[in-house]
Design a protein around this ligand. Structure first.
Ligand SMILES: Nc1ncnc2c1ncn2[C@@H]1O[C@H](COP(=O)(O)OP(=O)(O)O)[C@@H](O)[C@H]1O
Ligand SMILES: [Mg+2]
Length: 244
C-alpha cells in the first residue's frame, strides 16, 4: 500500500539548507500498525507529514496504492488525503467554541460538502470513541483525553483507510494515553492501517512494527513480537479518581 524509496527532505529556511530526511525506504502493507520512533529532531514528524500527503519530499519516490504521489498536483493530493487519510495531532487542534459534534463535522465543513448522513456519521464516530454522552460539550468542558478522542472521532468521520497520529498521547496522562492507544489498536484490528509517531517506548511497543529514525535515517525496522495490549494495561490501573 505504501512504498517509499530513497525519500529525502531538506528544509530551506535562512541561508543554510537543513537536510532532515536522508534517504528513507519503507514498505507497508494495508492493515499494518507502525510506530515511528526516534529522538527529538530525528525527522519523525517530517516523515509522517510526507506519508500523510501534508508535505512533499525533496527527492525520492512515494507510491501510495501503486500510484506515484510525490509529484501530483495539490488538488489531487488534497482529494487523496480526504478520501483515504485521517489525522490526529498532539495538540488536538479542536475549535474551542464548537462542541464535540461540530468539531467532528469539520472535515465536511472544510470540504464544503455535507453528505445527508453527516450528522449521523459524526455521532457514530463519537460513539466509536466512547463519547456519545459528550456531543454538546466544548473542548474547554472536557478532559485532555476526551479532547483527543474527539480529534480521533474527527479523523474517523470520513472512514479513512489510514490513520496518522503524531504524538497523540504526548499531552495525556497515563490513563488517557492507554485509552487512546486502545482505540488505535481496536481500529487496527478492524483492518485500518495506523501510522503513529511517538518518542515514548511504552507507547511505541503497542504497535506491531517499530521503525526507528536517527538523524533522518532508518536505524532499525522490526516487528514487535507481542505488542503490549493497552486495554490490559488499562485494567491494571487503579479506578479513575483514586490517587496512587
Ligand atoms: N518547516 C520547517 N522548516 C525548517 N526546519 C524544519 C521544519 N520542520 C522541521 N524542521 C527541522 O527538521 C528537523 C526534524 O524535525 P521533525 O521532523 O519535527 O523531528 P521530530 O518529529 O523527530 O522531532 C528539526 O531539526 C527541525 O528543526
Ligand atoms: Mg515531531
Amino acid at each position: 500500500m505504501i512504498q517509499l524509496h530513497n525519500i529525502t527532505k531538506t528544509y530551506h529556511r535562512g541561508k543554510l539548507p537543513t537536510p532532515v530526511l536522508l534517504g528513507i525506504d519503507l514498505k507497508m502493507e494495508a492493515g499494518e500498525f507502525l510506530s515511528i520512533m526516534g529522538p527529538s529532531g530525528s525527522g519523525k514528524s517530517t516523515l509522517l507529514h510526507i506519508l500523510g500527503l501534508l508535505d512533499r519530499p525533496s527527492g525520492g519516490s512515494y507510491r501510495l496504492d501503486g500510484s506515484e504521489v510525490s509529484s501530483i498536483s495539490d488538488d489531487d493530493l488534497a482529494r487523496l488525503r480526504n478520501a483515504k487519510l485521517g489525522f490526529v495531532f498532539q495538540a488536538f487542534h479542536l475549535l474551542p467554541r464548537a462542541n464535540a459534534l461540530a468539531n467532528v463535522l469539520l472535515p465536511f465543513t472544510y470540504a464544503g460538502q455535507f453528505p445527508p448522513d453527516a450528522q449521523e456519521r459524526a455521532r457514530q464516530a463519537l460513539s466509536r470513541v466512547g463519547l456519545e454522552h459528550r456531543l454538546h460539550h466544548r473542548p474547554g468542558e472536557m478532559s485532555g483525553g476526551e479532547c483527543q478522542r474527539v480529534a480521533l472521532a474527527r479523523a474517523l468521520v470520513n472512514d479513512p483507510e489510514v490513520i496518522l497520529a503524531d504524538e497523540p498521547t504526548g499531552n495525556l496522562d497515563q490513563r488517557s494515553s492507554l485509552e487512546v492507544m486502545s482505540l488505535l489498536q481496536g481500529l487496527n484490528a478492524e483492518g485500518r492501517t495506523i501510522l503513529l509517531v511517538t518518542h515514548d517506548n511504552a507507547v511505541g511497543c503497542m504497535a506491531r512494527r517499530v521503525l526507528r529514525l536517527v538523524y533522518g535515517r532508518v536505524c532499525s525496522d522490526e516487528k514487535v513480537a507481542n505488542p503490549t495490549q493497552a486495554l490490559q494495561q488499562l485494567a491494571t490501573l487503579p479506578p479513575p479518581g483514586v490517587q496512587g
